[in-house]
Ligand binder design. Structure first.
Ligand SMILES: [Zn+2]
Length: 194
């Protein structure tokens, strides 16, 4: 069982992974709005929210405390480079939503297979989500190989300078029963990433 069940789950209770000799890793998170203004990803059945619009709403709500960027200029790579260079970010969360058949629900976070530091933070975030939403389905951390879902995005984030790269799909945007209002979800993101 993770330490985070006993302690303040928004702050990792132990440092994980050495980031140089005698130095431990402390994440400085950046939030990435998924998709682009031109191709906005999956939508709610009423078309009110696309993944892009939803993510933008979350980003703007948390802008005072959580650095964010989007993929409109230079894709994931451009977003992460700007966050790393001007906001000192070393950990990124690209905040997608899942979609399937309007009925399935649940939360999962993708990272690159073998990236143990990223996996550690993915598990912490899912544990915090489980505490906040005990009745929701936790689909778990999915470790992606080359060619897998999200792999290229994650690889681009790492190549652009992120030590931790995660791609979240915390609920199904096409399932009204799984949907979370933007302001409520933005508070959760702030709790776990700030
Ligand atoms: Zn998406």
């Amino acid at each position: 069982m993770l330490d985070c069940f006993k302690k303040d789950y928004s702050k990792p209770s132990k440092d994980y992974g050495s980031h140089g000799e005698g130095e431990s890793f402390k994440p400085v998170w950046g939030y990435i709005v998924p998709h682009t203004e031109k191709a906005q990803g999956a939508e709610t059945p009423d078309n009110k929210f696309s993944e892009y619009k939803y993510g933008l709403g979350v980003a703007v709500k948390n802008a005072d405390s959580l650095p964010w960027d989007d993929r409109n200029d230079g894709g994931v790579s451009g977003a992460v480079k700007r966050l790393v260079n001007s906001k000192k970010v070393n950990a990124t969360f690209e905040d997608h939503k899942n979609a399937y058949n309007n009925k399935v629900g649940g939360a999962e976070i993708l990272c690159i297979k073998g990236d143990e530091l990223s996996k550690y933070y993915a598990e912490l975030i899912l544990a915090a989500y489980k505490l906040k939403y005990p009745n929701r389905n936790i689909r778990g951390v999915k470790e992606m190989r080359k060619g897998g879902r999200g792999y290229n995005n994650l690889k681009a984030a790492k190549a652009a300078g992120a030590d931790v790269a995660l791609l979240g799909e915390m609920f199904f945007i096409d399932n009204p029963g799984d949907f979370i209002p933007v302001n409520v979800y933005a508070d959760f993101i702030k709790e776990v990433l700030v």
